[in-house]
Design a protein around this ligand. Structure first.
Ligand SMILES: Nc1ncnc2c1ncn2[C@@H]1O[C@H](COP(=O)(O)OP(=O)(O)O)[C@@H](O)[C@H]1O
Ligand SMILES: [Mg+2]
Length: 160
């Protein structure tokens, strides 16, 4: 399964993460799974909250650290699988979340790697001195093509 990095951007502070999430939310199409990867404190939830603000509207989007899943109109699903137990995975309607008409934003998707759609987008966040490094990846042939298209449309590849 091909995975390819199609874009990189440095985010020099929380405001830049917020702007990146806004740009991603503008272009993320229905029927897409976006995984957010990176260590604890990398800014995955901050990025997800900014995407949600664009897709769902201004508001408060609590981290689903303990609830695992938060569902919003759209539908838009925000998942954090960090604390999920394998037997709990069956309680989530993953068919609807990953294969339905909505959008899924997934932190710690690695916890359910075998269940993720092969065709998907991944945003990797890595702490760096003075901020975060954002990498934009596609998985699968169609996921790579979509990642490339979205990166171009988001404007994140261009200096702003
Ligand atoms: N580009 C950035 N540079 C510096 N700090 C950031 C950046 N983006 C987000 N942060 C901060 O990182 C912290 C952890 O973010 P969080 O979204 O909770 O991480 P995660 O969900 O990956 O564990 C927050 O305090 C957030 O404001
Ligand atoms: Mg988080």
């Amino acid at each position: 399964m091909a995975a390819e990095r199609v874009g990189v951007r440095f985010l020099p502070g929380p405001e830049a993460t917020q702007q990146a999430g806004d740009a991603i939310g503008r272009v993320l199409p229905a029927g897409t799974t976006l995984t957010l990867t990176g260590p604890l404190g990398a800014g995955k939830t901050a990025l997800a909250q900014a995407i949600l603000a664009r897709l769902v509207g201004p508001g408060v989007y609590p981290s689903p650290t303990y609830t695992i899943l938060a569902a919003y109109p759209g539908p838009v699903y925000h998942l954090d699988l960090y604390r999920i137990e394998p037997e709990e995975l069956g309680e989530l309607d993953l068919d609807e979340i990953f294969w339905g008409t909505g959008r899924a934003i997934v932190e710690w998707g690695e916890r359910a790697a075998a269940l993720l759609p092969e065709q998907r987008i991944e945003a990797r966040l890595e702490p760096r001195a003075g901020g975060r490094r954002l990498e934009w990846w596609g998985h699968g042939d169609r996921g790579v093509a979509l990642a490339r298209e979205l990166w171009a449309r988001s404007g994140l590849g261009e200096p702003r």
